[in-house]
Design a protein around this ligand. Sequence first.
Ligand code: ATP
Length: 296
Amino acid sequence: GDNLSNLMQSVGASEKVFQMMDLAPSQQFTSKGKHQPISSFPNRSKLPNLKGLIEFVNVSFSYTSRETVHVLKDISITVNPYEVVALVGLSGSGKSTIVNLLLRLYEPTSGQILIDGHPLNNMDIKWLRERIGYVGQEPRLFRMDVRSNIAYGCTRDVSEEEIEDAAKQAYAHDFISCLPEGYNTIVDDDLLSGGQKQRIAIARAVLRDPSILILDEATSALDAESEYNVKGVLRADGDKCKRTVIIIAHRLSTIQAADRIIVMDSGRIIEMGNHKQLLLKDGLYARLTRRQVDSV
Ligand code: ATP
């Protein structure tokens, strides 16, 4: 019905929401705001396997070349393979911009981004995007059964077991099992909450086994039912996460188990540490936590 078409269209509702698989591999946005082809340097930096080491070295960025005030100001971060890192900060602090640069939708104004020690701008962009999973706030689902929604876009044959395993990792298996026809239930109308839709999209991303998973936490998932934490979502198969994970967190309660929390303010990193360390530090993160601000 109408709700379904809303669902299908919702992906276009926000400029920031997009699906990696819908993105032409040879395109990116430039600081002039136009789509421009970017050469993909087929053989220059194809790595056999990504470990998922991410380095930002003195990265500054503004969206338009005329801007004098940078959206990111001299950002340096190292994210180790298998680390789970949460980006936290008030609206407009630059969290999504960091992800945009990592996905190579834009290039830094100055500084460098490296993956496994290789400059991002030397890498084959198509190859890279196959290895980076991205789940936006309002992922696109289709009027197909849940199983096909999870398998969507997967180029190899996948077994039911693999699909269920991905759903378990995404903390989606339990609610899927409670649907009228389980994995055979057709995704339609108001069947799923925002958080549930996102978890199906996480399962879809996990099935492709990316070396780096980027998750923009659904702000619409504010219902208690969808309360889940990164530890549950990303470490269901043991304590060790199998991939590097970056989560843009809109709620502090979901990220307490992250290895590291990066607190941003006006394009700078102002605090970094795990939940406990940041509480002891008694800075912005501690203040936001004490105030129990739900939406940051
Ligand atoms: P939120 O929590 O609201 O998603 P954020 O921390 O992710 O915020 P960004 O989206 O990275 O912040 O935005 C950082 C700054 O860059 C903001 O001032 C924003 O207005 C600006 N900005 C974001 N996207 C663009 C764009 N495409 N063109 C120009 N300016 C932009």
